[in-house]
Design a binder for this molecule. Structure first.
Ligand code: URA
Length: 211
């Protein structure tokens, strides 16, 4: 199988907002708003080749056939808890989408992902899944989330993050070469605690103001 693609969303608006969001003194409110805005812009990229079907409509001047997407076929899979930071912006752009949740925590000693929650819509075989988690760090939780998601048999899977570490991307692709990753940046490395450097710190804490 060919290696999955990494799409770096390098649009100047995304990069500008990412720079602001990385700043350590940024308020919780501002961090949340910027992440929301970035996720709307990233939704544009991740849905670029979404299938459309033609419908008959009437403009004020004439009848015509015009394409629409089937939002209900899309399921956003939010990896708790920081995935919530990407979810609302995506839903703003694809309001008909369904939402699934995966709850994983990183064992602080082993950095291995442990599942505590999993809930998906019905008929996953008919849906295109877009997994949301801002930080692809070691990749262990991303690998586990996608492994579990694959058990439900979705039609396709894409993975969206805000920042990725090279180590995490390598780990993820070693397990899931069929899943393309969309990210706003690939950073330098991981530190000894599994944090992305230069990164932005703990995305969940910064999003919810818990630290
Ligand atoms: N999770 C985060 O929130 N930040 C990191 O840098 C790595 C994992």
């Amino acid at each position: 199988m060919t290696a999955a693609a990494v799409h770096v969303v390098d649009h100047p608006l995304v990069q500008h907002k990412l720079t602001l969001l990385r700043q350590k003194d940024r308020s919780t409110n501002s961090f949340r708003r910027l992440l929301h805005e970035i996720s709307m812009l990233m939704a544009y990229e991740v849905t670029r080749d979404m299938p459309t079907h033609p419908i008959e409509i009437e403009t004020p001047l004439a009848r015509m056939t015009s394409p629409v997407i089937d939002g209900k076929k899309t399921v956003f899979v939010s990896v708790m808890r920081a995935g919530a930071g990407l979810l609302d912006g995506m839903l703003d752009v694809v309001p008909g989408a369904r939402v699934g949740h995966v709850g994983l925590y990183r064992d602080p000693k082993t950095l291995v992902a442990v599942e505590y929650y999993f809930k998906m819509p019905h008929d996953m075989q008919e849906r295109d899944a877009i997994v949301l988690d801002p930080m692809l760090a070691t990749g262990n939780s991303a690998v586990a989330a996608v492994e579990r998601l694959k058990e439900t048999g979705p039609r396709s899977i894409r993975y969206v993050c805000l920042l990725a570490a090279p180590e995490g991307l390598a780990n993820f692709h070693a397990h899931h070469p069929d899943v393309p990753v969309f990210t706003a940046a690939v950073d330098e490395r991981l530190d000894a605690h599994g944090y992305i450097v230069p990164g932005l710190g703990d995305a969940g804490d910064r999003l919810f103001g818990t630290k």
